[in-house]
Design a protein around this ligand. Structure first.
Ligand code: ZN
Length: 447
């Protein structure tokens, strides 16, 4: 009604009156368009519920629960033999490809197309080409499938570094290819690369323009500042792109593992792990990334940032309930930081989502002895026992992903696009829409 009145006003007194009424100021540039995508690897509804029960109690509400727009997304991959057939249980490579490129692929592929091996353009690459700043943050090695799928393209997710290219000969720099995942990350050159995998970046590159250099040395040649400690990250000022390598491999989880057994032992409380003092947390990396990507010029080009709590999945593979919950609580702290940023920067869309579901189930403690798998019983914030079952694989073997749809949460402009049931590929489309890049992906289809 206000705006309709303003239209009449505008007809009488000139254009711009509607905009000035709606936004409270005339002729101001619109706020920078930003997208923050927070991924909890393996963050299904069960993982979220067990973290809430344990940490705050069943009636508690985490920061993630307070995000205003919620929906669900399907996560199936497709088969390598026939890309029209679903593969109901996705791995992190196919699911990250869906989020990063809007296209379904088969498990173990990183942003490449089934059948043709063609590289699929990612939201990070499209944003970068359009002048946005970009960043990738993870608590796993930077070569892990989730960060990899936003800035590299390879047929097999385990070709992490120059020393592991025997499974990906076509991509090897020895044969004129773009090289391993870490080589490609450096070549794509996001403004922020924070995570683990220092050992991979120490490997020498055998051929091509960076022959004889380690991957970290190639990064320096590409203009990167390379840092290695939490102290470095705290003092980093905006400027040249930053590569933070804070662990040899994956990060140390926040909490010590609980040991699932058969049958479960008495109810236990989780304990914090002694982490290396120089290893930042996900929250510290996120805060630094936001500072570097949004250096005070709120009317600048804006940015795309993906930050991942990677160890939720890895602790689930190990049937470690405390490990999972600690990482989920840390992700929730990151959600609070990202939301606070989005509140101060109104052009920012925050999306929080998992990439695939995982093993744990909250089961009735009275029947724990009958569960055909391992169980752990934790004493929650309610003072009640919570029994978690891990039964997607044998005792001692890695527990497996599952194919259930996932909750999605959003805050900011375009947040209501996640409401209802969507597919992970729609999240790519929603992010492009927020960045104003819908046209860049036009004609490529959503699936
Ligand atoms: Zn996994």
């Amino acid at each position: 009604v206000l705006c309709a009145a303003a239209v009449l006003f505008a007809v009488a007194f000139g254009a711009g009156a509607c905009a000035s009424l709606r936004f409270g100021r005339a002729a101001a540039a619109p706020p920078a368009r930003n997208v923050i995508l927070l991924i909890g690897d393996g963050l299904g509804a069960a993982a979220l519920t067990m973290a809430r029960n344990y940490h705050l109690g069943a009636a508690g509400r985490m920061h993630i629960d307070e995000l205003p727009a919620t929906g669900s997304c399907t996560t199936y991959a497709v088969t390598e033999e026939d890309p029209r057939r679903p593969d109901y249980v996705a791995d992190s490579a196919a699911s990250a490809t869906a989020l990063a490129t809007g296209r379904k692929t088969s498990n173990r592929r990183v942003a490449t197309e089934v059948g043709t091996d063609a590289p699929l353009p990612t939201v990070l690459e499209l944003a970068q080409r359009a002048g946005f700043r970009t960043g990738l943050v993870s608590t796993s090695t930077l070569a892990d499938a989730t960060p990899a799928a936003f800035a590299s393209h390879i047929d097999y997710r385990w070709c992490h570094g120059p020393a592991s290219m025997s499974a990906c000969p076509k991509s090897s720099s020895m044969f004129g290819g773009p090289g391993s995942i870490v080589e490609q990350l450096v070549e794509t050159r996001p403004d922020v690369l924070f995570g683990g995998g220092r050992a991979l970046f120490a490997q020498p590159i055998p051929a091509g323009p960076h022959a004889g250099r380690t991957v970290a040395q190639a990064a320096v040649a590409r203009g990167y500042r390379v840092i290695e400690t939490a102290a470095d990250i705290a003092t980093l000022a905006p400027g040249a792109p930053a590569l933070g390598l804070f662990a040899e491999d994956n990060f140390t989880p926040i909490w010590l593992p609980s040991l699932a057994s058969f049958p479960a032992g008495p109810a236990e409380r989780c304990r914090p792990a002694e982490r290396p003092a120089d290893q930042p947390t996900l929250v510290q990396m996120l805060e630094a990334a936001l500072r570097l990507l949004s250096p005070g010029d709120s009317e600048g080009p804006g940015f795309f940032l993906m930050a991942e709590a990677a160890m939720i999945d890895k602790r689930a593979h190990s049937a470690d309930a405390c490990g999972q919950i600690g990482e989920t609580v840390e992700l929730d702290r990151a959600v609070a930081v990202a939301r606070s940023f989005a509140e101060k920067n109104p052009g920012t869309l925050l999306i929080v989502v998992g990439d695939h579901d995982h093993t744990p189930q909250i089961v009735d403690p009275k029947y724990a002895a009958y569960v055909p798998g391992m169980t752990t019983t934790l004493a929650t914030a309610d003072g009640a026992p919570m029994t978690i079952a891990y039964a997607t694989s044998y005792f001692g073997m890695s527990q497996q992903h599952t194919g259930t749809q996932l909750p999605v949460f959003a805050f900011g402009p375009d947040a209501d696009e996640v409401i209802g049931l969507i597919d992970q590929t729609d999240i790519f489309r929603i992010m492009l829409q927020r960045l104003g890049l819908d046209d860049a992906a036009a004609g490529r289809g959503a699936k």
